[in-house]
Design a binder for this molecule. Structure first.
Ligand SMILES: [Zn+2]
Ligand SMILES: [Zn+2]
Length: 394
């Protein structure tokens, strides 16, 4: 089968020491300290065959994620920019949908309670949590100690076929009534980023009540999904801070009441003015620039009338944040981190929201073939005029 595979050289930085979960020359939890000279290749690999509890899925749509772009991008010394769990070479791709072609004899479909039948439209979690470690047993699969990640440590879905454990596979059949086959798979491929957003806003951030205000910093796919979900959850005003015009327009179409340009205006001042001096209940950091956005949020919390505001960090950035503890103490505010998309009923809830929604495929601004994917992965380093680029031709 045809695949998009990323390779790199194991070449740890001089000060890097293997952690207890790293595997020499194979896997690391700190990719940007180890992997050098990342290379993309459209190449042929054997078709996967399912184990007893696995399904093989023919991929129909697979979005390109910011992490894919960062994995394939090197810094000046040649190290990959992606700082997380990685094992190369690997087939990229984790935001996908497709149809089941083969299932192991114990690969159960949660929709039917039976073994997956060929033809079932599905999507899957990217985090392949083990289910038996302490965090998993305690109900925190997003923090699994034996985590594998689809498209990061095990072969992903930028390929004609992908193999996934049935426990992480979710049926898309509930969306068939609303969407035709083509749109069903496009919408299905957005389930993963929407679930990341859902986890951040409602599981980690505690959600909001009708009438509360919310502010989203960063109009990439996670931030735009947040705009959509917040409006559906009853937010009085959803304010998006995003400088790129295409993303700002998408934000308006998905439900943002106001879009602010952080390059042209004082975002905190504007938020206070738009909310009548109140500020917001929820602030989402989805820009991956908390050093720039947190000061804006803290100004709103400090000067605004709203107590009990929650700041949620979902964008990854391994640099220090200037934090004023007084703001959180005096204003009863909290700051929480959010990782992942698994557990807590998140995937099935997102699928139900999608089954009752329209207009979501606007997020997909470009459809491409797998042969074009390497060029787009390079272009997306700087091109903020795209939102989600999705491979639909394998
Ligand atoms: Zn992703
Ligand atoms: Zn686990």
């Amino acid at each position: 089968m045809k695949t998009l595979t990323l390779s790199a050289d194991w070449s740890p930085r001089p000060d890097f020491r293997l952690g207890k979960k790293d595997v020499d020359r194979k896997r690391t939890y700190l990719g940007s300290n180890v992997w050098r000279n990342p290379r993309l290749d459209v190449c042929s690999k054997p078709d996967p065959t399912p184990g007893e509890e696995e399904v093989v899925i023919r991929v129909r749509a697979c979005g390109i994620c910011g992490s894919d772009v960062h994995m394939a991008q090197a810094d000046e010394a040649g190290y990959t920019l992606y700082p997380g769990l990685t094992a190369f070479p690997v087939i990229l791709g984790h935001e996908f949908s497709g149809e089941v072609v083969e299932a192991g004899r114990r690969a159960l479909n949660k929709r039917t309670g039976e073994v997956f039948a060929p033809g079932e439209a599905v999507t899957a979690e990217e985090m392949l949590w083990c289910g038996t470690c302490r965090p998993c047993a305690d109900g925190y699969p997003n923090h699994c100690e034996r985590l594998e990640e689809l498209g990061f440590t095990v072969d992903g879905a930028l390929a004609q076929y992908v193999k996934v454990p049935a426990r992480q596979v979710w049926s898309l059949e509930g969306l068939r009534d609303r969407f035709g086959s083509d749109e069903l798979y496009l919408v299905g491929s957005l389930t993963e980023p929407f679930s990341v957003s859902y986890n951040a806003l409602f599981v980690r951030g505690g959600g909001l009540l009708p009438g509360d205000n919310a502010v989203v910093f960063g109009g990439g796919p996670i931030g735009l999904a947040a705009v959509f979900l917040l409006k559906r959850a009853g937010a009085a005003q959803v304010i998006l801070s995003e400088p790129a015009p295409v993303r700002a327009n998408l934000g308006r179409r998905l439900g943002a009441d106001h879009v602010l340009n952080p390059l042209e205006q004082d975002v905190a001042e504007a938020i206070l003015e738009l909310t009548g001096g109140e500020g917001a209940k929820l602030y989402l950091e989805a820009a991956g620039a908390p050093d720039k956005t947190l000061p804006q949020m803290m100004k709103c919390i400090w000067e605004g009338k709203a107590l009990n505001s929650v700041v949620v960090l979902v964008g990854r950035a391994d640099r220090p944040i200037p934090l004023d503890g007084e703001v959180f103490q005096v204003r009863r505010a909290s700051l929480v981190g959010s990782q992942g998309h698994s557990g807590h009923g998140i995937f099935p809830s997102v699928l139900k929201v999608m089954a009752a929604s329209s207009g979501l495929t606007q997020l997909i601004t470009q459809r491409i073939s797998i042969d074009q994917a390497p060029d787009y992965l390079c272009a997306l380093r700087t091109d903020k005029e795209q939102c989600k680029v999705t491979v639909t031709d394998f």
